[in-house]
Design a protein around this ligand. Sequence first.
Ligand code: SF4
Ligand code: SF4
Length: 78
Amino acid sequence: MPSKVLIREDLCKSCELCVSICPVHVLALSNRLNSSGYHPVELVDEEKCTSCTACARMCPEAAIEVFRPVKTEISQKE
Ligand code: SF4
Ligand code: SF4
């Protein structure tokens, strides 16, 4: 299953706004450095993420994109 949260690490400025807004606390600064010298945010527990999109809406750098699962109906023929 593809990740629910896509983080464009090179856009992140480590402001931690997304970290503080996440209601289930699954975002954290990583130990890595991006090309601008910031520690980019990472998703630390994919299972707990509810795809609420709060982090993506909060990010001033538009560095986060959230994918929500699409519900599909399968019609069955008899
Ligand atoms: S989509 Fe919601 S639950 Fe998932 S990481 Fe972002 S703020 Fe947290
Ligand atoms: S809100 Fe955006 S720029 Fe700030 S830490 Fe989160 S991903 Fe990085």
